[in-house]
Design a binder for this molecule. Sequence first.
Ligand SMILES: Nc1nc2c(ncn2[C@@H]2O[C@H](COP(=O)(O)OP(=O)(O)OP(=O)(O)O)[C@@H](O)[C@H]2O)c(=O)[nH]1
Ligand SMILES: [Mg+2]
Length: 360
Amino acid sequence: MINDLNQKTKKSFYNLKKCPGCGDLAKIQNDQKLCSRCFRIVNYNDFKRAVKVIEPKLLINSLGKNIRCYFVVIDIFNFQINQIKKILEDIDPKILKILLLNKMDLLEKSSRISKFSNKINLQLKMIKNLKILPICALKGDKHMNTLANLIIHNNRDSAFIGLENAGKSTIIKHLLNQKNIVHNLISSRFPGTTSNLIKFKINDLEIIDTPGIRDENSLRVFADDPFHKWWTFKDNINPRIFQLDGGQSLFFGNLIRLNFISGTKTSFTIYTNPNINVFRTKTINAKRVNERSKTILKWPLQDCQYVNDNFTQTIVLKNNLNKVDLEISDIGVISLISKGQTITINSPLKNPIKVRNSLF
Ligand SMILES: Nc1nc2c(ncn2[C@@H]2O[C@H](COP(=O)(O)OP(=O)(O)OP(=O)(O)O)[C@@H](O)[C@H]2O)c(=O)[nH]1
Ligand SMILES: [Mg+2]
């Protein structure tokens, strides 16, 4: 009898339903709108990462045949071009794809926007049915209005896909707010906020938010919890320039170290999170640097005094004087002129850095 009563009370107290914040099937208290995970993100800025890892191809297949347009969202300072190319290639070539270059507000000069989108267009010219649109979801700008018009004008059911934290949910929230559509969708600075598909209707068109694709080269996964709040930021990224000679190293906090092994004096232009401390030292002193800079190096790994030397990636650049970018997931981009230099990178991952033709 008591057991029966307990079960009845439990049943009426909790209901298993799809959380409108993250899309997860979760136990939600009857007097609450969100699951406990979303509630904690919204109210306490406290986060538990979803454990599911999503394969891009499986995600695209799971969206069904009704989708006639894919919005592929990227954070302009946090993507690797080959990874995006691969996602775009996984989509049926006959279907329209719109690449949304999000977080344009982080560029220090708005005049650079068209240069950036033209260059990315050139690098993705082999992808059929692709359009490119720079946007800033957070501030909403004329490009966001173009996006809203595009959705209505296209008259196609659409899905937003992309890496974790690229801004998919922020974009959809903005579109829903613009149309005065009531919703409880959440976005946050933590990667993996959305954990399942969430469907909305805008003017009878279906719009789907999806969980982010996890980046296999993500360096942020190694950061200790208290430092996650430093990872996203709302300031412009002002490039930091370092002139390096062979035999010098650059630390990015205590997470990675770039060593300039050989080559002529080179200018390294670094586009990275303003919270990341970048500093230079002689490579031979690199291991001792923690003695001098204990406080600088206590980020973003609490108990690690200097960059872990477990893995060393070696990059030998071509001697063709082209401008190239080193893409470093979760850290940003380093631009330099390719003059046959040899560079090594120490980090907790085997091969975290990829080289592309420069977008800057
Ligand atoms: N500076 C800037 N930040 C943005 C912009 N759009 C989104 N963000 C921030 O990026 C972070 C991630 O946004 P979300 O919308 O949750 O990203 P998501 O792609 O839905 O992430 P997942 O659900 O994890 O896949 C949040 O801190 C947003 O405030 C933008 O245009 N500019
Ligand atoms: Mg999301």
